[in-house]
Design a protein around this ligand. Structure first.
Ligand code: GRF
Length: 200
């Protein structure tokens, strides 16, 4: 049994593609059914379409509120029958209504809670880690709730911060771990819950 999955992207789609590949190779018991892109300029759109995945573009500026924007995203997801959403480089605020609580995952390119919260995304995280003089960084897969980077942690991987590291060096080291961690964490999550018994 495979769980129908949706991927939400804002950028390159690297994590989403990695999860699609993991599903197709049988390492994740999920079935990719669609992706949502928050911008028509997201580089991941073409890459995911090339993999045969339909991609819907839903832009925040077309809506008056985070709630209305989020509802439009869920409408696409529910129309395609996805039961679990994986945020993969998604940069927009997503409102989580009760029916989606516990079924949305995210990967954050830093350790939480120290290096999370509003404004902590992308290179900002790696720069903050350098500036704090932290000896370790990493990535965290967590459930998504209505506060930034706040939901329950599902998995974490740590990497060293070396004295000569630039933020870009750190980004590359963490990203390698993201590619390993997200499929593993998603598979463990899907195995631990039965999504076919709950309606969307
Ligand atoms: C990743 O570093 C991820 O942790 C963060 O956004 C970045 C997206 O990269 N949430 P990509 O678009 O998947 O390559």
């Amino acid at each position: 049994m495979t769980t129908p999955l949706a991927f939400f992207i804002s950028g390159t789609g690297g994590n989403a593609l990695n999860l699609v590949k993991a599903c197709r190779e049988g390492r994740v018991s999920g079935r990719p059914v669609l992706a949502i892109a928050s911008s028509p300029k997201a580089g991941g759109i073409v890459r995911l379409e090339d993999e045969g995945l339909p991609v819907a573009v839903v832009e925040r500026k077309a809506f008056d509120s985070d709630e209305a924007f989020s509802a439009a995203c869920y409408h696409e997801v529910e129309t395609r029958g996805a039961k679990v959403i994986c945020l993969a480089g998604w940069l927009k605020k997503l409102h989580v209504p009760p029916k989606w609580e516990g079924r949305i995952l995210n990967i954050h390119p830093g350790l939480l809670p120290e290096f999370g919260g509003p404004g902590m995304y992308g290179m900002n995280v790696h720069r903050a880690v350098r500036e704090a003089g932290a000896r370790e960084s990493g990535c965290t897969v967590h459930l998504v709730d209505n506060q930034y980077d706040h939901g329950a942690h599902l998995a974490e991987s740590r990497v060293p911060v070396l004295p000569a590291d630039t933020a870009e060096d750190l980004q590359r080291r963490v990203y390698v771990e993201e590619m390993r961690l997200y499929p593993e964490a998603l598979e463990a999550f899907l195995k631990s819950r039965d999504y076919f018994t709950s309606g969307v």
